[in-house]
Design a protein around this ligand. Structure first.
Ligand code: HEC
Ligand code: HEC
Ligand code: HEC
Length: 166
């Protein structure tokens, strides 16, 4: 996940700089003729289970605009630089409403497993916050020996009830 993010962020930066050396396949900005605009939803979303799934936990509050230090493609990883941003459970994406067999192999979600919307959200949301917390613990541990001020990164929730309040 992390490696992929780095690639996407790198591409986004390259696009911002107008670099013409980006050679990966895809409809890049200069190939989109029509002027297009994108509505960016700010504030808090409530993410619930897709239609047909009985919610067993409370829906999750997601402060979209608190995540704007990231490139859009960190999360909207199939977005191709025009107005339409597909939802996560769009057909063919994370559209399974039950865990498939063999969802996990060697501790990793399989390609089929990650189509289950719950696994996709948990992997994206929780793992990012968890990775930041782990990096913070590392920084704090090193600072204990070195002394001096510790600067920790802000993070998000990792506990079940922090995301799904009771
Ligand atoms: C970072 C936020 C986050 C954390 C932490 C998190 N979840 Fe979720 N979870 C989500 C999101 C987003 C969804 C998809 C929306 C939904 O269905 O509520 C989801 C979906 C689910 C679902 C399927 C929907 C339902 O209500 O039945 C279950 C069950 C669930 N989570 C249980 C857990 C449990 C148990 C934990 C702790 C081990 C946990 N979650 C931790 C964000 C989180
Ligand atoms: C940390 C992850 C994350 C980042 C970063 C992010 N988004 Fe989102 N965004 C989401 C999630 C999750 C949803 C809800 C998707 C759903 O309901 O299926 C969403 C929804 C949207 C929607 C509504 C899509 C719909 O289904 O109607 C738009 C438009 C959007 N985002 C645009 C952006 C843009 C533009 C950026 C960059 C400036 C961005 N987002 C950055 C996670 C993110
Ligand atoms: C790529 C990393 C990343 C992803 C993916 C991500 N987050 Fe976050 N999240 C953060 C960071 C960093 C913050 C701290 C932002 C701040 O406070 O400035 C945060 C903050 C939050 C907060 C606010 C916590 C508070 O203190 O108020 C919530 C809630 C949250 N995230 C939920 C989610 C959910 C739900 C998803 C998935 C739909 C998600 N996040 C995906 C990095 C991420």
């Amino acid at each position: 996940m992390r490696k992929k993010n780095v690639v996407w962020i790198g591409m986004a930066i390259a696009l911002l700089l107008g670099a013409s050396w980006v050679t990966a396949a895809g409809p890049w900005i200069d190939e989109i003729d029509d002027e297009d605009s994108l509505c960016f939803p700010v504030g808090m979303f409530s993410i619930g289970a897709p239609q047909g799934v009985e919610q067993t936990r409370a829906a999750v509050d997601f402060p979209h605009s608190r995540h704007m230090t990231y490139s859009c493609q960190t999360c909207h990883h199939t977005w191709q630089y025009h107005a339409i941003v597909d939802g996560c459970s769009t057909a063919g994406c994370h559209d399974l409403t039950e865990a498939p067999e063999n969802a996990v192999q060697k501790g990793q979600f399989t390609a089929e497993g990650i189509r289950y919307y719950k696994y996709a959200y948990h992997k994206m949301c929780r793992d990012c916050h968890r990775d930041i917390n782990a990096a913070n613990r590392d920084v704090a541990r090193k600072a204990q020996f070195a002394g001096g001020p510790v600067e920790l990164r802000r993070s998000g929730p990792v506990g079940c009830v922090e995301c799904h309040p009771e």
